[in-house]
Design a protein. Structure first.
Length: 285
């Protein structure tokens, strides 16, 4: 791989070789051309031996087709024309799991897609043991997704996404063991269902909410009835409780002039007055 360091060195050597060839060509043009060609070949070979790997890259070096070792990050050297280097990105990658049509355990057709996060942990294994580790892990993720969803009901699929993602992640790690890859996470993104099923689920959810509202209202009415009965019993058994409640109600009306207050005479007071009137009448007669 030609990088900017090797390109810079190639340019510097090329300029020096051009000056040397031009100087020799002043005396003998044939010698100058020959030196220039030889210098160019040597320049290309030397520049190709200088490699540079970024902080997130590792170089897998092969010597005459045989694995030699790991290089990088930073500047390193290989033997020109003998060594070959493949740079591998070790950062976490995000790869889409294409949407797939599948059947749940309770025979509901769904369409699901997701995303898998992984990184190369052992670059030499990822290069040597797998032809294309990106394509391979994508295929395994799709297969694991179908297998796991086929064992779940629709209700489990909608309510246990994190658990399903963990099961898929475990299955992918098991299938790709020894490839030098580390799966850091799998997420299920969209679950697409038939429109009729969506409408049925919406009606079911609406009926469930209405049921809970009715039950809550009935419980509230029951509790209010108990409280009113207890309050009535307290007022009936406590002398002066009704008069105290009446005074509290009058005080709560406030001093507003527009309020008209009608004070009812207690029945007990009226009975006492009637009894007194009858006694006075009897004495007079």
């Amino acid at each position: 791989m030609i990088n900017y360091i090797s390109g810079l060195i190639f340019t510097i050597l090329l300029i020096v070789g051009g000056v040397v060839s031009f100087t020799l060509g002043m005396a003998s043009p044939a010698v100058g051309v020959l030196v220039g060609i030889c210098w160019l070949i040597v320049d290309v070979i030397l520049a190709s031996g200088i490699q540079l790997a970024a902080q997130w890259e590792r170089g897998v070096v092969f010597r005459l087709g045989e694995f030699k070792g790991m290089k990088g990050p930073g500047l390193f050297f290989i033997v020109p024309l003998v060594d070959q280097v493949k740079l591998v990105d070790t950062r976490i990658r995000a790869m889409d799991i294409p949407a797939q049509q599948m059947i749940t355990k309770d025979n509901v057709p769904v369409k699901i897609n997701g995303v898998i996060f992984f990184k190369v942990d052992q670059p030499q294994d990822a290069i040597i043991k797998v032809q294309d580790y990106r394509y391979a892990i994508s295929q395994y993720a799709q297969t694991a997704l179908r297998d796991v969803i086929g064992q779940m009901t629709l209700d489990q699929l909608l309510s246990e996404r994190e658990q399903i993602a963990k099961m898929i992640e475990t299955a992918v790690e098991k299938d790709t063991q020894g490839w030098g890859l580390e799966v850091t996470g799998i997420n299920i993104q969209d679950v697409d269902m038939p429109e009729e099923l969506k409408k049925m689920m919406s009606r079911q959810a609406s009926a469930e909410r209405e049921k809970r509202a009715t039950i809550t209202k009935a419980e509230g009415d029951k509790e209010a009835a108990f409280n009113l009965a207890a309050a009535a019993t307290t007022m009936a058994t406590s002398p002066g409780a009704m008069q105290l409640r009446t005074l509290q109600t009058i005080d709560g009306l406030g001093p507003t002039a527009s309020n008209t207050v009608v004070i009812a005479v207690p029945i007990d007071l009226m009975d006492a007055m009637q009894s007194l009137a009858r006694n006075l009448k009897g004495k007079n007669s």
